[in-house]
Design a protein around this ligand. Sequence first.
Ligand code: CA
Length: 256
Amino acid sequence: MDFNERKLMRYSSPFHEHRLDFHRPKSDVSMRVLLIEDEKKVADVVARGLRAERLAVDVAYDGLTGWNLASGTEYDLLILDLMLPGMKGTELLRRLRQKGGTSAVLVLTARDLTSDKVENFEAGADDYLTKPFAFAELLVRVKALLRRPPAGRTAVLRVGDLEIDRLTQQVRRSGKRLELTGKEYGLLEYLAANAGRVLSRTMIVEHVWDESFESLTNIVDVYVRHLRAKVDDPFPTKLIQTVRGAGYCLQAECPT
Ligand code: CA
């Protein structure tokens, strides 16, 4: 065991002392984290702590499962152990960046060699944490990474006269400030980050909600209605398009 579990346990509770402020309503879960760690106890304690911070956390206990999840879903943050069965962390990271994945990546390792750090930063890591670590240390880094717009991800999204500031989470249309709930914001940001692309209800549920059940896809229609009332109804140009049988798309003109 290369991990000081007792240290982790001691600092990992109570979680509310380290509660994060993501400028979102506390009842909403929108930030998605993928934790890839083969030490099950460590993974479970960290996952529980992050969920208590209202983050949506998926866990993979081996490299291949981690890669399958990371390559199929857009996560805001990956917490990646290096020594993993199936696929090593550094290899997974390299593949993710080659594929154009812009998730923030926090690397966990038992090793503290400078050459390892350099190799992993070159492979695309954003930050590095050496085991053993306290949960509070991890949380500080997670918080910093989630606030930082990843490389290649712009801080301000613009679609027509719509402007979304991802740092302050303020939304304006024609210069007029729009008040959105956390989920409405999450939905709009996802649509805007993929402007011009048709997003299925399933994709939307998986990204914006912490769920992946088909039965929840109706919720998307409800939230799109809420969003339209605020974003489109007061303005002459409609940006949120319904693509029949496919999903939704944000843009003045979308592929049909
Ligand atoms: Ca490991």
